[in-house]
Unconditional design. Structure first.
Length: 452
């Protein structure tokens, strides 16, 4: 018997029927990406499509697949709004005119270093040549077993008072090495502002005058400059580029200057400029003694304390080599702190990686497999444009943005690897010191985080 109006009603799905003399049941796609079910009316039974073939619902009611797809796209849009905002409206410190004059707030540069003999001399000499009237450099040798400390002492003997050298020989219980070193340096600082940086960061001579211009005009308590990151290989640049996308989405730092939005914050180890009174307000490094992501969590504490914070791009003004040795060096470099991003929670880690792959890689896989839907198109094209825009903003070749699906998979591997290593070791090893997972979790919980 022929179906009325050429349609078969099967559950909630309606299959368009094309009456033909063919004896072989077929499935073919229509221009609107639906599936036409072609059957032989002589057959006594309709061959249904296999589970792997996608069907498009008809009529006014949306199926559960449509609801999931549109909901996922809505989540994607909300999550990536700060990143799109940052790409569309970038701000760079090099565009800020430097302050003139000699009466500027005093400033102390805090430079912790361990086994940085290859980079520390050039970095310190550049810092000592900055164009700023009243500043000091405090270099902390954190238990180095190479020539880092000797190089610091030699430079200090040459230049005199602008450079202080602090040698840390022992690490107290309950502290991460770098965090303790920075606290020791700050204890000796006399500046109204503190600049926390690293021993391998290179500065433009006018960067402090430009930064202080922003601080004074906006009455900031914390200014972050995202550094220009140098790279060795194309794949390394692609991975760093997507990491930038992820940081904009997760910390929402492009909208950090909206003071009322406390979930937007940032801190960067290369350039954290903090007002001394703000540093004292948050309790210094005491709440961050065992915080692996100390720079980021410093920014979080400052923002959650109701203090004023802002972020600018440091391209052309602050430069750093993130990791030396290509992609694998980045994988190794993040093994100690990638798991901390989910508060050392297995459940959160698996959920985060799954969602990361679903919203970035999922649409590309769907389109490549022939399942063309509006949400998949929007997410795939939007993610591509965001990745390309981020590459342009960060000074990378635009083409690195094309590799964002690959970068997502590599970053997912990094996060999962960090989780497995941390769980297997029962903690993390950093700067030749082992820190137990129990202590790290306890420190995170004291900071107000919660665990699944």
């Amino acid at each position: 018997m022929e179906p009325p109006n050429g349609r078969w009603n099967v559950g909630e799905l309606q299959f368009q029927a094309d009456f033909t003399a063919r004896r072989q049941p077929l499935l073919r796609r229509t221009p609107d990406c639906g599936v036409v079910f072609v059957y032989d009316p002589m057959d006594s039974q309709i061959s249904r499509p296999s589970a792997g073939q996608h069907l498009k619902t008809e009529g006014k009611h949306m199926g559960w697949v449509d609801i999931v797809c549109w909901s996922l796209m809505a989540f994607w849009g909300l999550a990536l709004f700060p990143a799109f905002y940052g790409v569309l409206f970038p701000r760079f410190i090099r565009s800020i005119p430097p302050l003139t004059g000699e009466k500027l707030p005093s400033l102390s540069l805090i430079v912790p270093a361990k086994n940085e003999e290859e980079a520390i001399e050039e970095a310190l000499r550049r810092m000592l040549q900055l164009d700023y009237p009243d500043y000091e450099v405090i270099a902390i040798n954190d238990r180095s077993d190479d020539q880092t400390g000797a190089i610091m002492d030699r430079i200090a003997a040459e230049v005199g008072s602008p450079l202080q050298v602090v040698h840390v020989k022992e690490l107290p219980t309950g502290w991460l090495g770098k965090n303790h070193a920075m606290s020791q340096g700050i204890a000796r600082a006399r500046g109204e502002f503190i600049l926390l940086t690293d021993g391998d960061v290179m500065f433009d001579p006018l960067v402090l005058r430009r930064a202080m211009n922003v601080v004074q005009k906006r009455q900031l308590d914390h200014l972050v400059l995202v550094p220009e990151t140098t790279y060795s290989t194309f794949l390394e640049a692609a991975l760093i580029n997507f990491f930038g996308v992820l940081m904009m989405a997760t910390t929402r730092f492009p909208i950090v200057r909206w003071k009322w939005f406390k979930d937007a914050y940032l801190g960067v180890g290369a350039f954290n400029l903090v007002r001394r009174t703000a540093y004292d307000t948050i309790g210094g490094f005491e709440p961050l003694k065992l915080e692996v992501a100390d720079d980021l969590m410093l920014g979080r504490l400052i923002k959650h304390s109701g203090l004023r914070q802002d972020v600018f791009g440091g391209q052309g003004s602050v430069r750093v080599k993130w990791q030396s040795g290509g992609v694998w060096a980045i994988v190794r470099g993040l093994e100690k702190n990638a798991f901390s991003g989910t508060n050392y929670s297995v459940g959160r880690t698996i959920a985060a990686v799954s969602m990361l792959c679903l919203i970035f890689v999922g649409p590309v896989v769907a389109l490549c497999s022939g399942w063309v839907t509006t949400p998949a198109l929007i997410m795939a094209i939007g993610s591509l444009l965001l990745s390309l825009g981020t590459a342009r903003m960060m000074g990378f070749p635009i083409a690195v943005g094309l590799l964002y699906p690959w970068a997502v998979l590599v970053l997912s591997f990094i996060i999962l690897r960090s989780m497995v290593l941390t769980l297997r070791q029962g903690g993390v090893r950093w700067r030749d010191t082992f820190y137990s997972l129990a202590d790290l979790r306890k420190a995170r919980l004291l900071d107000g985080a919660s665990e699944l």
